[in-house]
Design a protein around this ligand. Structure first.
Ligand code: SDX
Length: 439
């Protein structure tokens, strides 16, 4: 075998194996030939949390963690953030190419006419407690959409699949807005098809008695840029959930609910909410030193810092930091920004964070902008889920159409008890008593 191979010698048997290397990786299944006897299952590779395991071959998003590079279908995130829109970026992620003018007009029309929800959805929303977390409401109500569209199970029918894709992109903002309005006890606002994707979201969130809601163009564009930045990010935790749950060939609404649930966690999409709570806990620039000590003592995490892939700066954080200043010109400066900037300055000079390559990630500044735009902290992960729906769908569709993929079912290293016989009640009680006597 040529130089593109790995030669492995199993010192237990002295046997040597040649494993082919393709795209910088070896196939885990190629290790199964390494055995100590004929009845040996064969060697596995152990990788908790998949820190060094490629689960798929993908053409959608590419990240270079050392260089701080993020590209969607080859286009640098900086160019998309400055020249594209979220809807155009969603089309790019899902279809692989930027749309022609005619393709975009049809795509935008299709999304616009699917923004409404079945009236029953309002009854589901009303069933939640007044102070329910909107992310919990979103996870539940997007799953419930699978009951509205039973044909969505025909995931290999391209026409059916494309219709569900448009419905999901279009309805996530409406579900999000309904959850927000429910939490305030305010009437639901129907979509306004005259407005842009983000303009309509602001309309459904904030419209009150005015006849026509007119979104602030600066905030409308800022939200559009934030949505572009959050649209996809390779095989992150929630995308892994989308691909894994989707691999059972369930409908896309149920798979998206699983992805939303994964995103909800404070180590993932819930981090922007956790950042705001952290900044409020720090209280002022004076409170930073005490908090940094808690982090170094392992009692707290610096939320919004660190990343599994970016071991340098997160390019999205840099763009969002710049965007903050534009938003504050409209909303007024958020005092928490001073704490965030000082926290970043300290963290970037402190060996504890430098040694661990902890830099601000996408969540560090996004929460400050969202708060300034009037969103409650609990809505922050919801504002992450809306744009990430495009990425989840693109990854889900790529998985479905990938002939190498099948139902996800990892192996394990069993380290539990060997075979043992069932114990009667008496023998259990005697065993427990004997154990207690020795302790
Ligand atoms: C997102 O994957 C993606 O692409 C996600 C995302 C996307 O777009 O989908 O980019 C969005 O989820 C961004 C991340 C948001 N989460 C946070 O901001 C929460 C705080 N960050 C950490 O929880 C952590 O940095 C992770 C979860 C983001 C990454 O964790 P890793 O890669 O598993 O790193 P690790 O936990 O192994 O940490 C290495 C060391 C450890 O210290 P030691 O045990 O070596 O002493 O760094 C420390 C960690 O304790 N560490 C932190 C820290 N993050 C890591 N210490 C303090 N504060 C932190 N934030």
């Amino acid at each position: 075998m040529g130089e593109n191979s790995l030669t492995i010698t199993d010192n237990r048997t002295g046997k040597t194996y040649e494993l082919p290397i393709n795209e910088g990786a070896v196939r885990a299944m190629d290790f199964r030939q390494i055995k100590v006897s004929d009845d040996d299952f064969g060697m596995m590779v152990y990788d908790p949390a998949f820190t060094n395991t490629a689960s798929c071959r993908s053409e959608i998003t590419n990240i270079d963690g050392e260089k701080g590079i993020l590209r969607y279908r080859g286009y640098p995130i900086e160019q998309l953030a400055s020249q594209s829109t979220f809807l155009e970026t969603a089309y790019l992620l899902i279809n692989g190419e930027l749309p022609t003018r005619a393709q975009f007009v049809e795509w935008e029309h299709e999304i616009t006419i699917h923004t409404f929800l079945h009236e029953n959805t309002k009854k589901s929303m009303d069933g939640f407690l007044y102070d329910s977390h909107p992310m919990g409401m979103l996870v539940s109500t997007v799953a419930a959409l699978s009951t509205h569209y039973p044909d969505s199970k025909n995931i290999f029918d391209d026409e059916v699949r494309q219709l569900q894709i448009k419905r999901l992109i279009a309805k996530m903002p409406t579900l999000a807005a309904f959850a927000y309005r429910h939490s305030l006890g305010q009437p639901y606002v129907y979509p306004d098809n005259d407005l842009s994707f983000t303009g309509n979201l602001l309309n459904m969130l904030y419209k009150m008695s005015e006849v026509k809601y007119l979104p602030d163009p600066v905030l409308e564009r800022a939200l559009d840029i934030l949505f572009i930045l959050h649209a996809d990010h390779e095989q992150n935790c929630s995308t892994n959930a989308m691909r894994s749950v989707g691999s059972s060939q369930v409908d896309p609404y149920s798979a998206i609910a699983a992805a939303c649930a994964a995103l909800y966690g404070p180590l993932h999409g819930g981090a922007n909410e956790a950042v705001l709570r952290m900044l409020k806990e720090i209280g002022s620039v004076k409170g930073i030193a005490k908090f940094i000590k808690r982090v170094k003592d392992g009692e707290d995490l610096l939320m919004g810092f660190g990343h599994r892939v970016y071991k340098n700066f997160d390019p999205r954080a840099s763009i969002i930091k710049e965007l903050a200043h534009q938003v504050f010109e409209v909303t007024g400066r958020n005092p928490l920004l001073d704490i965030a900037l000082e926290l970043e300055r300290i963290a970037l000079e402190d060996d504890y964070f430098i040694d661990r390559k902890l830099y601000p990630n996408v969540d560090f500044y996004s929460g400050i902008i969202y708060q300034s735009m009037g969103f409650p902290v609990s809505m922050f992960p919801v504002l992450f889920a809306i744009p990430r729906t495009a990425g989840w769908i693109a990854q889900w569709q790529e998985m479905l159409l990938d002939s190498e993929q099948k139902i996800a079912r990892p192996r394990q290293l069993y380290v539990g008890q060997d075979e043992r016989d069932y114990l009667s009640w008496d023998r259990r009680d005697n065993k427990a008593a004997a154990k207690e006597a020795v302790a």
